[in-house]
Design a binder for this molecule. Structure first.
Ligand SMILES: [Zn+2]
Length: 146
């Protein structure tokens, strides 16, 4: 889910541009970590290579996307495809689908897979029937087709 900049941000940028200031527009674009799917907010240390930044943390850079992560995405989409529109699944169902015995170790990766699918516009994260921001949602989540 892309966080949209408030309208005044655009206005400020426009005024700066009119005043002859250069504005790095790419820094205003929200980015999503290629591994955990969380929205990354711009940091000063990324100023030089913001366009190349793909991961939010060293842990995510080390993990990247493994075959099991792709399998979890496929499982989420597959499970939801067999349910009625509007039905939800728990990330654990996708984890169990991928590894019936070692599914507990896949709970965090399953949530990350769901986050990436949110970014891809395929699913939404739901808590108590309400769509929530996957990056800030605390506690158990459910996944629904977008
Ligand atoms: Zn990350």
């Amino acid at each position: 889910m892309a966080a949209h900049a408030s309208p005044w941000v655009g206005e400020v940028i426009q005024r700066l541009a009119q005043a002859g200031c250069s504005v790095v527009s790419s820094a205003d674009e929200p980015k999503v970590c290629a591994s955990c799917g969380r929205t990354m907010s711009w940091r000063k240390k990324w100023a030089k290579n913001w366009d190349e930044v793909r991961y939010c943390s060293d842990a995510c850079r080390r993990r990247k996307i493994r075959p099991v992560d792709t399998a979890l995405e496929t499982a989420i989409v597959g499970l939801l495809g067999h349910r009625a529109q509007g039905a939800t699944i728990c990330p654990s169902e996708a984890a169990k689908n991928v590894d019936p015995e070692g599914w507990r170790a896949l709970m965090k990766p399953a949530r990350s897979a769901a986050n990436r699918l949110v970014d891809a516009g395929q699913v939404v994260i739901v808590q108590r029937g309400q769509v929530v921001d996957s990056a800030t949602a605390k506690g158990p989540i459910r996944i629904r087709r977008a």
